[in-house]
Each structure stands twice: as C-alpha cells, then as structure tokens.
Design a protein around this ligand. Structure first.
Ligand SMILES: N[C@@H](CCC(=O)N[C@@H](CS)C(=O)NCC(=O)O)C(=O)O
Length: 220
C-alpha cells in the first residue's frame, strides 16, 4: 500500500517547520495542509482535539500531535538518515537541548518580542542567559550533534530565520556578535540542503509577525 502522509501546519509556525525538516531529512513525500488558525478546520480539531494546534502529522490515517513527538515518530518510522543518534547519552543530549529550546529559550525570546518596558528587560536578561548556554554548547561543533544535523538542530532551527524577523519588526538586536558560534551555526543551518528551499517568504513573515507585534503592543 502506498503511504499517505499529511502535515497540518501554517507557513509561519516554527513548530511546523521543524517537522517539514524532519520529513525532508528522511526524504518522505507528503501533502502539506496550511491551516488558518483564526478559523481552524474541522479536520485539525478532529485530529488534535486536546491542544487544537499545528503541527499534526497524519500517517495512513493516524494522527500524531506535538512536534517533538512527531519528530521521534518520524525517526522511528523511517530509519534512513537518523534524527537521533544511536548512543543513549548522545540521544539524551539531543532531547535535552530540544526540551531546553521549548521550555526556556523560545519562551524568553518570544517574551522579548511581545513584552514592553521592565518585562522586556527581564525577558532580555533571560534570553541572554539562554543564548549563552547555546553558544557554549556549540563550541568545537558544526551542528549540535556534531557533523550532521539532528533533533536539536531541527528544534533550534527557528533561530535561523525568526530571530531576524523579530529583530526587524521590533527594531532591536537579540543575536549579535556576542554569539559568533551561534551566528555561524545559523548560517550553516539555513543553507543546509534540508532547509534551504523551505524558508517561508520574508515579506509574508514580516506581515504575519508585524500583526503579532501590533496585537501585543497596541498603540496607546
Ligand atoms: N507544543 C506544540 C506547540 C505548537 C504550537 O504552539 N502551535 C501554534 C502555532 S505556532 C498553534 O497551533 N496555535 C494555535 C492555538 O494556540 O490556538 C508543538 O510542539 O507542536
């Protein structure tokens, strides 16, 4: 039976993009369904009734939600080009950085983008601390897992495009020359064959994130 793979996502979602990269790394063909999150489709609500969020991967009719769970499913289902290494310690490290991204790094950078005044200053301090951890982790490495991209790269990959969008829309600098290894990784990752044709159009991203920015910073 031919495999049926569908991915519910949005063009601008960092969580959706990591799954796009996971599928690309494995060479899996799929149908992309772009959701309008202001008017979620009945299918999205049916497939992800708990969180009602994208991404959702539907493999031969079976829905899988939550991007980290989806990436592990992809890795276990299609064995070629592993996302996670064999060694348990190295697997744990990859998962650690993925969790760190979702629980600490991404929320602090998002807070820098969405907050104002003292709250933004606090978020900025948190994001500097978290970015320093990333910089330290990249010492002596091309990618988080070494020579090849793996789970941590896919999960932190949003930094390679969204940081620039946040900086442009908010008119501030988040990743600068204090993070030379991170800047080099961002360049390497954004030009990698797995990612280079997948980046959302810059002008559409600016419009989308300007709308978020305006929502969080209404004119007074
Ligand atoms: N933990 C989830 C987060 C996914 C997520 O936040 N998706 C957002 C788009 S970036 C969404 O669908 N939001 C819709 C909503 O909150 O109603 C994952 O890793 O998949």
């Amino acid at each position: 039976m031919a495999e049926e793979v569908k991915l519910f996502k949005t063009f601008s979602s960092a969580f959706g993009l990591r799954v796009v990269w996971g599928l690309k790394l494995k060479g899996i063909e799929y149908e992309a369904i772009d959701e309008d999150l202001s008017n979620k489709s009945p299918l999205l609500l049916q497939y992800n009734p708990v969180y009602k969020k994208v991404p959702v991967l539907v493999h031969n009719g079976k829905p899988i939600s939550e991007s980290l769970v989806i990436l592990e499913y992809i890795d276990e289902t299609w064995k070629q080009n592993p996302i996670l290494p064999e060694d348990p310690f190295e697997r744990a490290r990859e998962r650690f950085w993925a969790k760190f991204n979702d629980e600490k790094l991404l929320p602090t950078v998002w807070a820098v983008f969405t907050k104002e005044g003292k709250d933004r200053e606090e978020a900025m301090a948190g994001s500097v601390e978290n970015l320093n951890f990333v910089e330290e982790e990249l010492k002596g490495k091309k990618f988080f897992g070494g020579e090849k991209i793996g789970l941590a790269d896919l999960v932190l990959g949003w930094l390679a495009n969204l940081i620039g969008i946040f900086e442009e829309v908010a008119g501030l600098k988040i990743v600068d020359e204090r993070y030379p290894l991170l800047l080099a990784w961002m360049k390497e990752f954004s030009q990698h064959p797995v990612t280079k044709d997948t980046w959302p159009p810059h002008d559409k991203m600016i419009i989308r994130y300007q709308a978020f920015y305006d929502k969080y910073h209404p004119a007074k």
